[in-house]
Design a binder for this molecule. Structure first.
Ligand code: NAP
Ligand code: MG
Length: 403
């Protein structure tokens, strides 16, 4: 069989620990035998980030801006323990944070559904994609522990040095806490655009929720910007496809999400997205079945699995144990990237290969071959397959589908 040709490369970012091992196995079993894989390779494994003073992460992000499509393996975000374990020069920042800052994107997370893994919420039939606004609010807030009696004020001085307002926040009668946070029209607008565009691409409704009844200025601004972007840029295209944009209060949204059958994109403010994405992924069955894509406003796409480097499995693997880590979300990161590359390059063969590989993954699970995490949520006496034999089973299916 002839291998599928590629015109333009995908930016390939290797990573750490168990996912780094899976990465190579996935390429060997499921990609290289079928595709004349063209990638621009960046080693984002922690040793190489340390050796390059993290320049490799910046280079990889810039490469995505050049080639528009990237695929990333999970990577370690170092903490004090990792500093020691890897003998690091510095506590390097999260690569995802660095890449997101350079691409200025929005992260969309969606679960992979299979019939045998039933969501905990009975009504859910289709995936719910969460878009998290990953800028500002609580995550860039300034905060204090107030020592005792005194007054707190909120003030703003413009660039000319004119104080435009100074408002009382609270008269403290004793110790307490205080916090100031912000967001910008630019960031909210680009988040809104990313969400409308992604929903349009996916042909799904878009929901957005905030608490504008209480936070009339702050959350009200979010609501107004979304509404304005919708009306001026997306309304006609949404209506032409029969899609809906729904704005509601965050508590109402939570209730509606649980009653819904899924199949929409849920745009969340930063904190809501942090919390809700963990709830939604767990309720859909397994973190190992969650995909993630960073979409930038100027049309760059970076695909990855939502889970981490599966450290606990890696330590066992290093001891010579066979492990049952689930490679599905990492495979879907590759299929997402291959499919997008195919779409951008009008390479139908590549798009259809990506579809065939996803079908092979789902068929394998449906036929009862699955990793331990999936066997556990299926709730029957299915034996857990080791990662390597699971990948081999997927390859057998894939060969049948492609033949
Ligand atoms: P994790 O790697 O997602 O793993 C947490 C646990 O979830 C695992 O021990 C395992 O549970 C289960 N799990 C996750 N993915 C699985 C898979 N594919 N197959 C089977 N089970 C899976 O999270 P973590 O242990 O908190 O973080 C480990 C490292 O990953 C950290 O250094 C962190 O910085 C990094 N991280 C990176 C990213 C990223 O690059 N996007 C995201 C998150 C975390 P059992 O052990 O019970 O089987
Ligand atoms: Mg979270």
């Amino acid at each position: 069989m002839d291998k599928i040709k590629m015109t333009n490369p995908i930016v390939e970012m290797d990573g750490d620990e168990m996912t780094r091992v899976l990465w190579q196995w996935i390429k060997d079993e499921l990609l290289l035998p079928f595709v004349d894989l063209k990638t621009e390779y960046y080693d984002l494994g922690l040793p190489n980030r340390d050796a390059t003073n993290d320049q490799v992460t910046v280079d990889a992000a810039n490469a995505i801006r050049r080639h528009h499509v990237g695929v990333k393996c999970a990577t370690i975000t170092p903490n004090a323990k990792r500093m020691e374990e890897y003998n690091l020069h510095q506590m390097w920042k999260s690569p995802n944070g660095t890449i997101r800052a350079i691409l200025d994107g929005t992260v969309f997370r969606a679960p992979i559904l299979t019939p045998s893994i039933q969501p905990f919420v009975r009504t859910w039939k289709k995936p719910i994609t969460i878009a998290r606004h990953a800028f500002g609010d609580l995550y860039k807030a300034t905060e204090f522990q107030v020592p005792g009696k005194g007054k707190a004020e909120l003030c703003f001085t413009d660039d000319n040095g004119t104080e435009l307002f100074r408002n009382p926040v609270y008269e403290f009668g004793g110790p307490g806490v205080l916090q100031g946070m912000f967001n910008t029209d630019t960031s909210i607008t680009s988040f809104a655009r990313a969400c409308f565009q992604y929903a349009l691409d996916m042909k799904q409704d878009l929901w957005f929720a905030a608490k504008d009844t209480i936070s009339k200025q702050y959350d009200g601004r979010f609501r107004d910007i979304f509404q304005q972007v919708y009306e001026t840029e997306y309304k006609s295209r949404f209506e032409a496809l029969g899609l809906q944009y729904l704005y509601t209060l965050i508590d109402d949204a939570v209730a509606r999400v649980i009653r819904s059958e899924g199949g929409f994109v849920w745009a969340c403010k930063n904190y809501d997205g942090d919390v809700m994405s963990d709830m939604v992924s767990t309720a859909f069955g397994s973190l190992a079945m969650m995909t993630s894509v960073l979409v930038s406003p100027d049309g760059n796409y970076e695909y990855e699995a939502a889970h981490g480097t599966i450290t606990r499995h890696y330590y066992r693997y290093q001891q010579g144990e066979e492990v049952s880590s689930n490679p599905i979300a990492t495979i879907y990161a590759w299929t997402g990237a291959l499919c997008k590359r195919g779409e951008l390059d009008e390479n139908a063969a590549l798009v259809s290969f990506a579809g065939a590989l996803e079908a092979a993954c789902l068929d394998t699970i449906e036929s009862g071959t699955m990793t331990g995490d999936l066997a556990a949520v299926c709730g029957t006496d299915i034996p857990a397959a080791y990662s390597r034999s699971f990948l081999r089973a997927i390859r057998t299916r894939l060969e049948t589908i492609l033949a």
